[in-house]
Design a protein around this ligand. Structure first.
Ligand SMILES: C[S@@+](CC[C@H](N)C(=O)[O-])C[C@H]1O[C@@H](n2cnc3c(N)ncnc32)[C@H](O)[C@@H]1O
Length: 222
């Protein structure tokens, strides 16, 4: 509870308090409309905007923000206690190019303009193994349609998972939607990594590696 309350006063956290209503609050509890204004009003620049969806503790967004100071990063998750960890770290380390949004990914089109986002990372999302829950997977067609709406045409989605059925479902969905696969590799650590960014390991990735799970990565173009 402490963590959830703390983020209310963090200047780098924006919260959709009631998931059924399309309003965001800032650290003063004021309603704030950031649709189309994330760059200008939050980051105070016009640099690229990269989302980490289902960011958990924000490990990927934090590491990328340090690696790419010329881009803006926004970690998105519905759970306040998880966002606490990433946003507190960003404040402690005085990282100005990263912020966090507590919202449900189902609702992202309420909070971003068409074409506002340049790139998306999704790492270790819940696999929802049951077929009846397939529509809840973050690479299900309805989610990809939402990403298309808020991203620039041709934007890249990066997707990393330990779950092979989810990984293959994602590849199949990308193909069925007629999108271009940019890179596809099962068991990424079986050979030297081709992109340095793939080396970033999140809280969940570390847990999976301890349990000898293999890690897979696909990127595709919207
Ligand atoms: C398995 S964790 C992975 C977290 C992080 N990416 C990592 O690798 O450590 C999945 C995360 O997705 C978030 N999540 C799941 N469904 C979501 C949704 N519909 N909207 C927002 N966040 C969601 C959960 O709160 C959780 O933090």
């Amino acid at each position: 509870m402490f963590k959830i309350r703390s983020i209310d006063s963090f200047p780098n956290v924006f919260q959709n308090e009631h998931f059924t209503k399309p309003f965001l609050k800032d650290f003063e509890g004021k309603e704030i409309d950031l649709k189309g204004k994330w760059r200008s009003d939050v980051f105070k620049n016009q640099n690229a905007l990269v989302l980490e969806l289902a960011c958990g503790k924000g490990d990927y967004a934090l590491a990328l923000a340090k690696k790419f100071p010329g881009k803006n990063f926004l970690g998105v998750d519905s759970k306040g206690a998880r966002i606490f960890t990433g946003s507190k770290t960003a404040l402690d380390q005085k990282l100005g190019n990263i912020a966090f949004a507590r919202m449900r990914i189902e609702n992202i089109i309420n909070f971003f303009n068409e074409g506002e986002v340049d790139e998306i990372w999704i790492t270790f999302p819940d696999p929802f193994p049951n077929k009846k829950d397939a529509k809840r997977r973050l690479s299900a067609p309805k989610f990809i349609e939402r990403y298309k709406l808020i991203c620039k045409p041709g934007a890249t989605v990066h997707f990393k998972t330990d779950d092979l059925p989810l990984f293959r479902f994602t590849k199949q969905t990308v193909e069925e939607l007629g999108l271009k696969t940019l890179y596809y590799k099962e068991v990424i650590y079986s050979a030297p990594l081709e992109f340095e960014e793939l080396n970033i390991q999140t809280y969940y990735e570390k847990k999976h590696l301890v349990n000898a799970r293999t890690i897979n990565y696909i990127s595709f173009q919207l």
